[in-house]
Design a protein around this ligand. Structure first.
Ligand SMILES: [Zn+2]
Ligand SMILES: [Zn+2]
Length: 397
């Protein structure tokens, strides 16, 4: 949950992901993605007045523009679309800066912003990209192929805590989720799936992948449908008709309840979350099973290690945490990790954490997968092809 107040200290004329209070005097606005904690104030009369009367613009990616226009039609003439990886000049009253939107691997349309003015600043927004893909991001290099000098990184610190050292890759998690779905559904028509979620939105990528692989849409409630149907990639992947599918997600009377009952159906529940998975739990693998309730570790935010790797790669002079818990102990841990990373000499000193062996984890998962007869090879093929970050995030070498 973003706690960032919207102002980039190095470029005080702009605001990012906050549209209220002190941000209202900004000359340009940027939205990294359409999750509500990044859109505070966007639908208020005050912000509307700023945009329309002062003719200010809000800069977003193509997908975000489509969602935003439908969510808040009054914004439609004040939205400016930015192309991925392309530097765009932003003319402010007294100077011109440049912005490059970089797909951030968090949800469809989500971006990081690389701002270049007198100082270069990276605002990550919510993100999850692995180091291999980060190294391929052209925006981080100048025309001669040298690394740009980034002054400050405004960092997604959702899991920037040693308790969340490492997560399985999204593909590892999805591979397992899809195995669980197919294995259960192969037992008969009365066997249905309940996808249990910890937030109302943010499962775009999971839904898309489930639909692509299982070829069955996910039944969701009307409110979620209104939101997800704005995302072109989810075309066909979601439905309002419970009879069309055997995969259900929060389609019942209340949050996280589904429209089918235990009396008539055999229900397997798959609970996706990252928050409940700390290091010690992950030592045993990233799924557990309690009477047909399967917990799977799935994260659309970077783990601690992924955060450290981004920082070690970019070597900024300053880091601003964008997600604080307002828990003294946890926030102190975030700040002390940041200080440790910044106090390196020329070489980064932050230890490469290795609380559990990823290879061991993979072996455990493969052993578990083997018992799902008939589908193993098919999934191993998918698994081999899968990229760690969502495919649309990578750019050719
Ligand atoms: Zn988000
Ligand atoms: Zn349903």
């Amino acid at each position: 949950m973003s706690t960032f107040k919207g102002k980039i200290e190095e470029i005080p004329e702009i605001s990012v992901d906050r549209f209220e209070e002190g941000n209202l005097d900004s000359e340009a606005f940027f939205l990294s993605h359409c999750h509500t904690d990044h859109m505070v104030g966007i639908n208020t009369p005050e912000f509307r007045e700023v945009l329309l009367k002062r003719n200010r613009f809000i800069y977003v990616s193509h997908v975000t523009k489509g969602i935003l226009k439908q969510m808040h039609p009054y914004l439609k003439d004040q939205i400016r679309e930015l192309d991925f990886h392309t530097p765009t000049p932003i003319y402010l009253k007294n100077r011109c800066i440049s912005v490059i939107p970089i797909p951030s691997g968090h949800c469809p349309g989500s971006v990081m912003f690389l701002f270049e003015g007198s100082k270069t600043v990276l605002y990550t927004g919510d993100y999850r990209i692995n180091l291999k893909d980060i190294k391929k991001i052209r925006a981080f290099y100048d025309d001669h192929g040298n690394m740009k000098k980034i002054h400050t990184v405004y960092l997604d610190t959702t899991f920037f805590l040693r308790d969340y050292m490492q997560f399985p890759t999204r593909e590892e998690s999805l591979h397992h989720i899809i195995s669980l779905i197919e294995e259960w559904m192969s037992l008969g028509e009365e066997h249905i799936i309940h996808i249990s979620v910890s937030a109302k939105y943010g499962y775009e990528y999971v839904f898309k992948e489930i639909f692509d692989k299982v070829k069955m849409p996910i039944h969701i409630n009307e409110k979620a449908f209104d939101f997800y149907s704005l995302i072109p990639q989810l075309d066909g992947a979601i439905t309002l008709t419970g009879e069309n599918t055997r995969i259900h997600c929060s389609c019942g009377d209340s949050f996280n309840k589904i429209c089918k009952n235990k009396e008539e159906y055999n229900i397997r529940t798959i609970k996706m979350s990252a928050m409940r998975w700390k290091n010690k739990d992950l030592e045993e693998g990233f799924t557990t099973n309690e009477s047909e309730s399967h917990f799977v570790c799935y994260s659309t935010h970077a783990s601690y290690t992924e955060g450290v790797e981004l920082i070690e790669f970019l070597k900024p002079k300053a880091i601003e945490p964008c997600v604080l818990r307002f828990d003294e102990d946890l926030d102190n841990q975030i700040y002390s990790s940041i200080n440790e990373l910044l106090n390196r000499d020329n070489e980064p000193k932050a230890k490469k954490p290795k609380l559990f062996d990823l290879k061991k984890l993979k072996n455990t998962q493969e052993a578990k997968t083997e018992k799902f007869s008939g589908v193993d090879q098919k999934y191993n093929d998918i698994f081999d092809e899968a990229l760690d970050s969502p495919p649309e995030m990578t750019i050719p070498d």
